[in-house]
Structures are given as C-alpha cells and as structure tokens.
Design a protein around this ligand. Structure first.
Ligand code: ADP
Length: 550
C-alpha cells in the first residue's frame, strides 16, 4: 500500500469550497510566508519513519485517506500563532495541533477529521532555558529529545533528561500526551512544571506561578494559586501549548543498569508484584519495562537471532514460531520475562545497598536471575551520560532511534500500533488479561510484543502490535477486540490511544452518565465555540461537530 495520502480530488475542510479555502490559506500566507503553508498533505515538512515527507498517519490501519489533511501551516512564534487563530475563527477553519508530529503508533501527524488543516509547531523550537542548579528546562513544542540532550551535552551540564524509546519526538508533545521515559523522572506529566498556552480565541496565558508576571517560580513550584489548570491541556483540544517547564534529574555519581529475568511464562505476577513493591519502597526509583521472549529476541543486537525467532512462517503472514522461540530461550539462557530498570545514587554505598535489596527480594523466586552493570563518576564526581553505553533501554537519558527497525519484521513498510491498558501494580489482573490478549493476538496471526511498564502503583500493559504492509485491517480488528474486552470487563481501558479509537476509549468513562466527558465538552463549547481546534481529540467534540466531506 502506498504511504502517500491521496490528493486527487483535492481534500477540503468540511463546509469549505475551493474559493473560500484558498482565501483562508492566502490569509495564512500573509502571516507565515508562502514557504510555511503546504497546500496539501504531501508537501510535508515532517519526515515519516522511512524518510517520506508528508502529513498524515505513516501507517494507516484502514482506508488510507480517511484522515487526510487538506493543508498545513507552520508558525514560528506565539504572535504568528495568535494571528492564525484569529483567521481560523473568522473562517471557521478546523486545525489539528502537532509539535513534531511523530506520534508513532497513535496516528502520526494525521487529524481525526479528514480535511482538517495541520497546525505544525515544529519551527517553534527554542530551548528557552536549561538550569543546571535547579535541574529544569523550559522548551517550546519543536524541541526534540535529541535537541535537549545535545544541548545538555554541549554545555556539559550535570543533568539527565528522561527520554522515551525513540528520541525524535517532541519533549512538550510527549509530556502533554502523558508519555513516558525511563529515568526516575520518566512519568513526564508529573515532572512538568509551568505551562504557556494559547487559547482557541488567541489569548495567551501561563499556568501556575507563570501567571505572576516574570516570576522565577514558573518552573519551580507547580501549584500556583487557586485551581490548577495545567491538566486541562493534557491530551486535550482546549488550547495550544507553546512552552512547558520540565524537571530534569540531577546527574547521579553512581548508575546501575539492571535486569531481573524469570524463567516461566507463569512467573509474570511474581515478577511485577515484587518489582512494584521495590518501586514503592523507593529501592528502585525508575519504572521497570518488562519484555517477553519475543521482544528480547527482536531487540537483540545480533540480527541472526531475529532470523531464528522470526522463523520461516512470518513472511507468509503467520505469527512467530513458538518452538523456535523456546529453543532460543534455552540456548541463550534467557528468562521468559525480563524486567529492565536502573539504580541511581549519589554514593556507591547507597547504590549497592539498593541493589542488595533487589537481589534479596528475588532470592526466593526459583530460577530468577538478576544482572547489573555499574558505572560511576571519577572520584565521586557526577556521572556524564556520555560515559555510559547506549544500553538496551535509555535508562541514562540518551535518546536513540534503534528500536524503530522492529516495524519491518513482518515485511518492509509495515507499521505498529500500541494497545496501552492500565492495571493495578500487583500483577494479578495483568496476568489474567495477558493470557486472553496473547491468544487474541495469536488468533490474528500477529505477535505479542510486551512493553509493560511497572510504575509502583499501576502497570501500563503496553502491547506493540506490529503489522506487515498489507496487514493493517487485521491489526485494527484485533485492536477493536482488545478494546471491547476492556470495556466489557470494565477495568482495563487505555491511558492513551490511536486517533482511530479516541471515541471508543472515551466511551468507557461512563461514571454518572459520563459526567467527566460532559463537563469537558461544556468547557470545549465555551472555550472554542467555532470548534476550530483538534476536533475529536480524546473523544471531545464541540457543538459544531465536523464531519468529513469526501
Ligand atoms: P511527537 O512528535 O512527540 O510524537 P506530536 O507532535 O505528534 O508528538 O504530538 C502528539 C499529539 O499531542 C498530537 O497529535 C496532538 O494531539 C497533541 N499535541 C502536540 N503538540 C501539542 C501542543 N503544542 N498543544 C496541544 N496539543 C499538542
């Protein structure tokens, strides 16, 4: 299937004819210049996973042009953005905000409603400040994890950023989507402090202490005064976030890159419950990512291992060969499950004391294997990220793109979508669900790739569903089955989802006749009466509900 969104016949926003649309775009050109307005979705400034330049979903699961944008606009400053909103309100032009537009597995830079204009903020890419003493950064939407890391390394600051699995995305976009990284500051939303927002009517506001003019407390004290409103702009279409403060981890002097493996498929519960306990006790300070056998094989640096694991059937659309995987496990001495985490400390004694507690916790678990590589700064000095190796997971804050190769295992040009349900941290519910989900994925002839994040009090049971170039509809079908199961069983819906499923997931939040969704929808009507911003985001629509015009 082709990855280029279709442009013939031309896609227009709902309610627009060619003439009005051109007039609107011309008004935008006045603001940002011709070079920063794309008149169709192909002429993208964004790069897809395989280098293609366009706006949209790199790996559509179903009909390719269901989410095709009609154009894109790339402002560079807040005043330009404010002018764009003024024009959009005048013409009732629908916009879809993106920062770097990667949003891999959740819809890329595609809007929900076909014909929406992409508002691409990647040119707003200033690192406003990195403060070493208090360990925070203030960034604009276009700043990627690579940009922030490079800046810190260049300046030689003793702070470590938290980065997700792939480093190309936006720090701000990831944070406001409630994304994760892998240091103790890995729950990015928790460590966001201070926010600047442009409202749908073009007004500019700062949250928290930022509301007091020029307060140095903007990136330091999250509370502010009165109701906190930062949360209104998470996974939201109530505004456009133009700056955030984010706390960074002061560099440790000691860093232990660790893992625990358990031998049997049935050991999942004991593994995650013990890990979660260690996290609650603050023995392990970051969250643990749990890989199954398939993921250990696919993420292995040796490509020969991938070939053995894939087996002969996969290229014909089968799932991975369990017998080959079991043989590989035996040969390599792997566990069925492997949890990856790290220990960070300001002294060797503290680091080793924590590591001893981890080993003690697993001493009674038959077949459990704990491993650890230790790094320390010279003579008690802070440890530089660059003095540690890349490692399997970016526990040290170094961004990378290595895992992206995985999307091609079922044929070049495949894609992936993440199913991300939540569970209590004890592991019982996760284990019960795992058996059902594993069988559903197997029935769909796809593979179960676990990226379970154990967070002390909850588990984010992420499955990366990889599909080959022609297997998108099959992936979508199994995804819908998993969602339905989550809804029917009431306890396992997602924390974040692909644009195709935003209403589905919102539908699960039914307490008091969906009071929360009605409340946010009321805010949406009030704040964005013309319905210009990111319609449908997280299941929130304005009264002027847009439908696509084909
Ligand atoms: P990344 O490049 O980090 O993957 P994106 O730029 O694709 O992130 O953003 C992911 C999603 O977050 C977007 O689809 C959009 O819904 C939302 N989003 C991104 N940037 C902003 C922003 N500045 N303000 C409000 N919402 C945003």
């Amino acid at each position: 299937s082709s990855v280029t969104p279709q442009v013939q016949p031309r896609v227009l926003p709902a309610g627009f004819d060619e003439r009005t649309f051109n007039a609107t775009l011309n008004a935008m050109v006045e603001v940002v210049g011709k070079e920063n307005v794309s008149i169709d979705g192909r002429d993208g400034a964004l790069e897809g996973a395989q280098g293609q330049k366009f706006y949209g979903d790199i790996w559509p699961m179903a009909e390719e042009d269901q989410h095709a944008p009609s154009a894109a606009i790339r402002p560079q400053t807040v005043p330009e953005l404010q002018k764009i909103l003024k024009i959009a309100n005048r013409y009732k032009l629908p916009l879809w905000t993106i920062s770097r537009g990667k949003n891999l597995a959740y819809g890329g830079s595609a809007p929900i409603v076909r014909g929406t204009v992409v508002l691409d903020l990647h040119r707003m890419n200033k690192i406003v400040e990195v403060n070493e003493e208090y360990a925070y950064a203030i960034v604009e939407p276009g700043v990627s994890f690579f940009d922030l890391y490079n800046h810190i390394v260049e300046k030689g600051y003793d702070v470590w950023p938290s980065v997700p699995a792939l480093g190309w995305g936006s720090v701000l976009g990831n944070t406001t989507e409630r994304g994760f990284g892998y240091t103790p500051y890995g729950e990015h939303a928790l460590h966001q402090c201070g926010m600047e927002v442009v409202l749908p009517n073009g007004e500019l506001l700062r949250t928290g202490m930022g509301a007091q003019k020029d307060s140095p407390m903007f990136p330091l004290y999250k509370g502010g005064y009165g109701p906190s409103v930062d949360g209104l702009f998470y996974q939201s279409n109530l505004g456009i976030v133009t700056k955030i403060g984010i706390h960074l981890m002061p560099a440790p002097t000691h860093f232990l890159d660790c893992s625990v493996s358990v031998p049997n498929e049935g050991d999942l519960e004991v593994l995650v419950s013990k890990i979660a306990r260690l996290e609650r006790d603050n023995v392990i300070q970051n969250h643990t990512s749990v890989a199954n056998l398939w993921r250990q094989a696919m993420m292995h640096p040796d490509p020969k291992i991938h070939e053995v694991a894939i087996g002969p059937g996969m290229k014909k659309g089968e799932s991975a060969d369990n017998t080959a995987l079991a043989a590989l496990q035996k040969e390599q001495g792997w566990g069925f499950w492997k949890g990856y985490f790290a220990i960070y400390a300001q002294s060797g004694t503290l680091a080793h004391a924590n590591w001893d507690l981890v080993q003690k916790a697993f001493a009674g678990v038959s077949g459990a294997v704990c491993t650890c590589s230790e790094y320390s700064g010279k003579d008690g000095a802070k440890l530089r990220m660059t003095d540690t190796p890349e490692g399997e997971i970016p526990h040290n804050g170094m961004p990378r793109m290595t895992p992206i190769g995985m999307v091609n295992v079922r044929g070049y040009g495949g894609g992936h979508v993440d199913f991300s349900p939540l569970f209590p941290a004890g592991g019982k519910e996760l284990s019960a669900w795992y058996i059902k989900a594993r069988d559903s994925i197997k029935e769909a002839k796809l593979d179960f790739f676990s990226d379970f994040h154990v967070m002390g009090r909850y588990i984010n049971g992420i499955i990366c569903i990889v599909y080959g170039p022609t297997e998108g509809p099959r992936a979508k079908e199994v995804f819908e089955k998993l969602l339905k199961d989550a809804r029917d069983n009431g306890n396992t819906t997602e924390y974040r989802t692909h644009i195709d499923f935003m209403d589905h997931v919102a539908d699960a939040f039914t307490f008091e006749d969906s009071a929360l969704r009605r409340f946010v929808t009321d805010l949406k009507h009030h704040m964005d009466p013309n319905g210009i911003l990111s319609q449908g985001k997280s299941g929130i629509w304005s009264k002027r509900k847009l439908t696509s015009v084909l």
